[in-house]
Ligand binder design. Structure first.
Ligand code: HEC
Length: 186
């Protein structure tokens, strides 16, 4: 047999071998792919976990300062009978609460309770009562609902082991460059 025909024969043998094991080879290729993907996912998960410990989320105490401002503005708008402004402010307060639930749902300050569960359960009913009073343009109901809202804030502070953080009606506006008086009727 010439070298060339021997080469041909062996090549055919390889081709034949490949042809007959083509299906199992594809299966094991798929298995390898899946294993490689799983390894990659595991490595990515480890990287995400490492990043999460490095990049600290927003500080709860900082987020509370925004709540304090929103809570203050809501009072002055409602007290002035500026219903549209008060309705806007309670909406902003609700949004700030949602933001905290999403960005700090596992806040360490509240463990073992979950902030993402405690916050809506204490605040949503209180926010709804304020909205209801505002929709009825009822000053007395607004004042009562506002005090309940403040008590709900304080209630969570107690739960979190901070009973010294008592939230009350403000006596002076935090900022006075936003007009609270309703605009004159046109
Ligand atoms: C889900 C629980 C929870 C709710 C609801 C809540 N707070 Fe807090 N708040 C906390 C915790 C916990 C701290 C302490 C944060 C810390 O340790 O830095 C805090 C701290 C504060 C502080 C002090 C911030 C500082 O550093 O000076 C203020 C002011 C405050 N909250 C206002 C409010 C107001 C106003 C509301 C209601 C509209 C409210 N909070 C609702 C949990 C809550």
């Amino acid at each position: 047999m010439s070298i060339r025909s021997r080469w041909l024969l062996s090549t055919m043998a390889v081709v034949a071998a490949c042809a007959c094991c083509a299906a199992p080879a594809a299966v094991s290729d798929k298995r390898d792919d899946a294993a490689a993907l799983a390894a990659e996912i595991a490595a990515l998960k480890a990287q995400v976990a490492a990043l999460q410990t490095q990049v600290r989320g927003p500080e709860l105490g900082q987020q509370m300062l925004e709540l304090q401002l929103r809570h203050d503005r809501l009072w002055w708008a409602g007290e002035a009978g500026n219903w549209n402004l008060a309705y806007f402010m309670v909406g902003e307060l609700g949004e700030a609460l949602r933001g905290i639930e999403q960005s700090n749902g596992d806040a360490a300050e509240l463990q073992p309770q979950k902030l993402s569960e405690v916050m809506p359960s204490v605040m949503n009913p209180a926010i709804a009562r304020v909205q209801d009073a505002l929709a009825r343009q009822d000053r007395a109901a607004f004042a009562r609902a506002y005090d309940d809202l403040s008590a709900a804030c304080t209630g969570c502070h107690e739960l979190a082991g901070n009973p010294m953080l008592v939230i009350q009606r403000p006596r002076t506006p935090l900022l006075d460059n936003l007009r609270y008086a309703p605009p004159p009727a046109k």
